[in-house]
Design a protein around this ligand. Structure first.
Ligand code: ATP
Length: 977
């Protein structure tokens, strides 16, 4: 006879999400079920139907099709159909026939699934428990979000990322010297904010020439997939806002800043973070507000987090620099005059910090410190430090704290971070090679006339249509501009000896790669042609006239180690942001006019990862304006030896005088002398004041070391390998050892769908747990707790029902067969807005309870792993029968376990509150003290932190425990099969 009767309620074992099914008809061969909630009908063979009868017992809460609920007290059966008896919400006694049960009732909770006989594999349960355990650990690691990216652990970057990402709304200027890793810092901050839930949507605006590089860096180093938006992509979205097309949008500044409609669309979206690279281009002055500045300013009005990146913050002048700071914090930076006045006192603060190191000692050192501190807490620390009664440990602690306070309260550190090569160390030497060439007749003619005839310059400017002093410095440009002159009929590269000079250099350098930068796009194009025609050399060009794809193709052709070209010829756009540190020869075919631009050029090669001295080759024409410009750079400010950060000040002070001196040897000597003394005194002043504070603040080594050590802890976590192996196995991912600590991960035919980077029928990817290997091999991913695959597997388990029920057999010589045990895992539940990152204080926490059938609590006596390794799996059908036969007993155990688990809750809540209060109270105290002294602490930062504390407090207070998973254990006799 069939087990089924029409009207009975069953659920599908494999597709529980279909909801509650109703038997429509059945005979000896088949049974047809309607799943009303999902409007699906299924027909199964009667003998092997993967269905479980839904039977509720006393205490269960069930729902009727009309929406009312009943707490089951009893049931009766007639003609194979059950009617439940119990109380409704009003306390009235009611009956609910099973046919009237709501189709939408879900059975994904552990209790329901277990009691309806749905059991998962035993190893899934195991993995679920371990996932909770590891998730709990990892979420609290202070380096969360910084450990996964495939980057070297460079202290100044990690310090900045840690410091900035912990702020409620990070708004900072990342202004490390060129090539020290601002992109990496921004990536780390973004990654951490995303992983901790503090940000979900980010807009990244970069110069067009850098879009692809950013796209690749974010994917390769941070496993972040961003949507690259351009006009073509945007058009494909029709009337919809294209900026809603993804969570992380990357767009070119050139495109967005030129299009008011697209800007309005970008502004209409909700962003958590805005990143703007090469932010010195955001130009502002009384007379003119650049479109980029205007656009970013509007966005900055509503986006809470902003990262502006530039190596040369003052390139467009101090006013522009100040207005960018104002954009980050309008309350703090409201007056340029105040800003400049404040800067004048940086030296005193820096001297006070130095004096700390000498205390206790001279009275004048104590006074120096006393003169800059104002708060009672700082005064108390100074007393401790200066007192002869303090012991060494007390003094050291006071010195450290006071140093931190001075830096925090008096510098620009909270808004601007600037690391320098000098401070970071380990960078290669820069070597300048200048070759003097005779100018060709066509250039000589013009230069000679210029030196004889004072009026000729004006004539030349009109005739060529060029600006002063460009017309003097870029002689090939001038030559092309005068193309109507019959004497200038030949292409410039035919007559310009720098082309053959370059060919000779390239031959001498053999296989070494050479980056060539020229100021003008036409120069780059002509030079490439000249190299081809005169030397048979293929030299790809990189300039603003090419499409993005063409530019990237050219850069890729150069970068290819095996088959790539020896040389790449760039116009000035190749001198910003690009990574060319795989080569160490830079040819400056001519020189830029702004010292910051020169620094940007050298920075293409002189960046993290460069392993050789930088060889800079500059051809100049004897006695030419170009040669004089070189001398100004070299003798006036040592511009070729190291970055000095004074380019903008020097340019503002001497740019005009230099332009006038380019044709006048005597005047030039004077300009060089004046530039030199200005440079030296300004540098000394900066080094003693602003630079010193910026350096001290840009990387606090103890903090950086603490972050690095937390990352090491995650990197070397042996549990990670075990966990990933187990998870891959369960999710159906094959892992093959390729040697050298590298494994190939491939989808098996049984793989669960939707795992990142793995698609059935496709190849998969190779990965390693070793950071060093991942850094050495671009094609190998870094497997960590933060890798998208790990996170996805963990999320699936934690958010879904996978493994939340199981049944296993236990054979043990000292335990007789036929006994029942229940192992229950409860999980803390504490809803709070994601952006509060509550997990750092109270990540979902597991409370395990192990009961024997009498209800005795065995949790402390038998550990999870001790028990787990003695368990044997059992067929699902057998498991279902066992559960059915022990239904009432299980129900009682579930209730009892809940009471046992609840006992643990107060201590969990208390510990979390302690953690939260300790961390936030300290942060609040620090910020309040800072705010009293340093107006760069915004009031809204303080308010946000106070609100955060209050909300977290309430959320933690409201923590509840929920049953997350349950495993039934049935003991069997040793000799039973
Ligand atoms: N921690 C790191 N690990 C590995 N590579 C790094 C790290 N930091 C920086 N790099 C590499 O060094 C180069 C320079 O870094 P990045 O582009 O972030 O510098 P930047 O300061 O933004 O440069 P620029 O001033 O030219 O814009 C890049 O190729 C980057 O990938």
């Amino acid at each position: 006879m069939s087990d089924f009767s029409p009207g009975q309620r069953w659920i599908s074992d494999g597709e529980a999400e279909l909801g509650l099914g109703t038997i429509l008809n059945c005979d000896n061969r088949s049974v047809t079920v309607l799943f009303g909630a999902s409007q699906e009908t299924r027909t199964y063979s009667s003998r092997q139907a993967p269905l479980t009868r839904v039977v509720f017992g006393s205490g269960d809460r069930i729902q009727s099709t009309d929406g009312w609920h009943l707490i089951v007290d009893d049931s009766k059966e007639a003609n194979g159909l059950i009617t439940y008896i119990g109380e409704n919400e009003q306390g009235e006694l009611c009956e609910l026939p099973e046919a009237k049960l709501a189709d939408t009732m879900q059975f994904d909770q552990a209790r329901d699934r277990l009691l309806t006989g749905q059991v998962d594999r035993n190893d899934w349960f195991d993995l679920r428990f371990r996932t909770l355990h590891h998730h709990h650990r990892v979420e609290q690691n202070p380096a969360l979000g910084l450990a996964g990216p495939r980057v070297d652990l460079i202290p100044h970057q990690l310090y900045i990322a840690d410091e900035v990402a912990r702020r409620p709304s990070p708004r900072v200027l990342l202004a490390d010297e060129v090539g020290l890793g601002k992109t990496i810092e921004a990536g780390l901050i973004l990654h951490r904010l995303l992983l901790t839930g503090r940000a979900e949507r980010a807009l990244i605006l970069v110069p067009a020439s850098l879009t692809h590089q950013w796209l690749v860096e974010l994917l390769r180093r941070f496993s972040l997939e961003v949507t690259l938006l351009d006009e073509q992509q945007s058009l494909a979205h029709g009337d919809a806002n294209p900026f809603e097309a993804g969570q992380l949008i990357l767009a070119s500044q050139d495109w967005l800043f030129a299009d008011p409609h697209r800007q309005a669309q970008a502004e209409a979206c909700d962003w958590d973070l805005l990143i703007v690279d090469e932010a010195h281009h955001l130009e502002w002055s009384e007379e003119r507000v650049g479109p980029g500045y205007a656009c970013v300013e509007r966005l900055a009005g509503s986006v809470p987090g902003i990262l502006l990146l530039t190596a040369t913050p003052e390139q467009m002048g101090q006013e522009s620099h100040f207005t960018r700071l104002r954009l980050l914090d309008p309350d703090r930076y409201h007056s340029l005059a105040d800003f400049q006045e404040e800067e004048r006192h940086y030296i005193e603060v820096a001297e006070a910090i130095d004096a700390l190191e000498r205390l206790p000692g001279q009275e004048e050192d104590r006074q120096r410190v006393a003169a800059v501190i104002h708060e009672a807490d700082s005064q108390a620390l100074l007393d401790t430090l200066a007192s002869s009664e303090s012991d060494a440990a007390q003094r050291d602690a006071a010195r450290d704290q006071l140093r931190d306070q001075l830096l925090d309260r008096h510098g620009t550190g909270r808004v601007m971070f600037r690391n320098s090569r000098r401070h970071v160390g380990g960078f290669p030497e820069r070597r300048l090679h200048v070759d003097h060439l005779e100018p060709p007749a066509a250039y000589r003619r013009v230069l000679r006339r210029l030196s004889r005839d004072e009026d000729y310059l004006d004539e030349l400017l009109i005739e060529s249509g060029l600006d002063h002093p460009e017309v003097l410095v870029y002689l090939d440009t001038m030559y092309r501009a005068l193309a109507n002159d019959p004497l200038n009929a030949e292409p410039w590269w035919q007559i310009d000896p720098r082309v053959t000079w370059l060919l000779e250099r390239l031959t001498e350098l053999g296989d070494d790669k050479v980056l060539v930068i020229a100021h003008d796009r036409e120069t780059a194009i002509g030079l490439s042609e000249g190299l081809r025609v005169l030397g048979g050399m293929h030299a790809p060009v990189f300039h603003e006239g090419l499409s993005l794809v063409e530019r990237d193709r050219a850069a890729a052709a150069f970068a290819d180690e095996e088959e790539g070209c020896q040389v790449l010829v760039c116009s000035e756009i190749g001198s910003e942001g690009r990574n060319f540190q795989f080569c160490h020869h830079l040819v400056m075919f001519d020189l830029p006019l702004h010292p910051d631009q020169l620094e940007q050029r050298i920075g293409r090669l002189d960046r993290i990862g460069q392993r050789h001295p930088i060889e800079m080759h500059v051809p100049v024409f004897t006695d030419s304006p170009g040669e004089r410009l070189l001398r100004w750079y070299r003798d006036g400010m040592d511009a070729f030896s190291a970055p000095h950060g004074l380019g903008s000040d020097i340019y503002a002070a001497f740019g005009d005088a230099l332009a006038d001196a380019l044709l006048d040897e005597e005047a030039l000597e004077e300009v060089i002398d004046e530039t030199r003394s200005f440079f030296e005194s300004r540098l000394a002043e900066r080094d003693a004041g602003r630079n010193r504070l910026l350096e001290l603040n840009a990387c606090r080594h103890e903090r950086a070391e603490a972050v690095i050590s937390s990352i090491h802890e995650l990197d070397t976590d042996r549990a990670l390998r075990r966990y990933i192996d187990q998870a891959l196995d369960i999710f159906g991912v094959d892992s093959q050892d390729l040697g050298g600590d590298i494994q190939l991960l491939q989808p098996s035919p049984q793989m669960l769908d939707g795992l990142p980077g793995l698609v059935k029928g496709e190849e998969g990817f190779s990965a390693t747990f070793s950071r060093e290997r991942a850094l050495a091999r671009d094609d190998v991913q870094h497997l960590s707790w933060e890798h998208p695959l790990t996170r996805e597997m963990m999320a699936r388990i934690l958010e879904g029902s996978m493994g939340n029920t199981a049944l296993a057999l236990l054979k043990h010589p000292s335990i007789p067969g036929g006994r029942l045990m229940a192992e229950l895992v409860f999980r803390t539940h504490c809803p709070a807005p994601k952006r509060l990152h509550l997990n750092r204080f109270l990540p979902p926490t597991a409370v395990r309870v192990l009961l024997d059938e009498s209800g005795a609590n065995l949790t402390d006596k038998i550990s999870f792993s001790g028990l787990s390794k003695n368990l044997n799996k059992v067929k699902k059908a057998v498991a279902r029968d066992l559960i059915k036969s022990r239904h009432d007993q299980l129900r009682e155990l579930l209730d009892r376990a809940e009471t046992e688990a609840e006992r643990e809750l107060p201590s969990i809540v208390e510990a979390a509150q302690d953690r939260m209060r300790t961390a936030l109270d300290a942060e609040l105290a620090r910020l309040e003290a800072l705010a009293r002294r340093n107006p760069s602490v915004r009031e809204d930062e303080l308010t946000a932190l106070r609100d955060e504390r209050a909300t977290l407090d309430a959320a933690i207070e409201g923590t509840r425990l929920r049953l997350d998973a349950v495993r039934v254990i049935v003991t069997v006799d040793e000799d039973s099969r």
